[in-house]
Write a protein that binds this ligand. Structure first.
Ligand code: ZN
Length: 135
């Protein structure tokens, strides 16, 4: 069992303060967690409906990846994250299939996850995140 389900969808926003109330209205549910990931220069906010989550991402630095993404493409869908049972095995499998990993080793993401991104060049422009719950 590798890819288990969509764990969350990442949305790039200019301001969490402005966007949290928007998604609280859309989902009719409160944001359950905000968390900063220093290494990625992002502040995140999470919402959950059933087993699906939305992750809002705001740049904490004007040169961060989210700031650059918004500069190029504007706010909106940023990545799809898939829940995997064994991230190292899945990274190896996808590398074997010819996908390019944006990080060689799993790294610490938000929400107690180990994460790895695939280069969007080989994924039809979709930034794919693999994430594994940290045990
Ligand atoms: Zn994510």
């Amino acid at each position: 069992m590798y890819m288990r389900k969509v764990e969350h969808i990442g949305v790039a926003v200019k301001s969490l303060a402005a966007s949290i109330p928007v998604f609280e209205k859309i989902l009719n549910t409160p944001c359950y967690k905000t968390e900063s990931v220093e290494s990625e220069k992002v502040n995140t906010a999470f919402f959950q409906k059933g087993e699906s989550k939305i992750e809002l991402l705001e740049s904490s630095d004007e040169n961060g990846v989210i700031a650059k993404f918004i500069e190029k493409k504007g706010e909106g869908m940023h990545h799809i994250a898939f829940d995997v049972e064994d991230i190292e095995a899945e990274m190896k499998r996808l590398q074997g299939e010819g996908f390019v990993l944006l990080n060689e080793k799993p790294k610490m993401g938000a929400d107690n996850k180990l994460v790895c991104f695939l280069h969007p060049k080989e994924t039809n422009g979709v930034l794919v995140e693999l994430c594994q719950e940290r045990k």
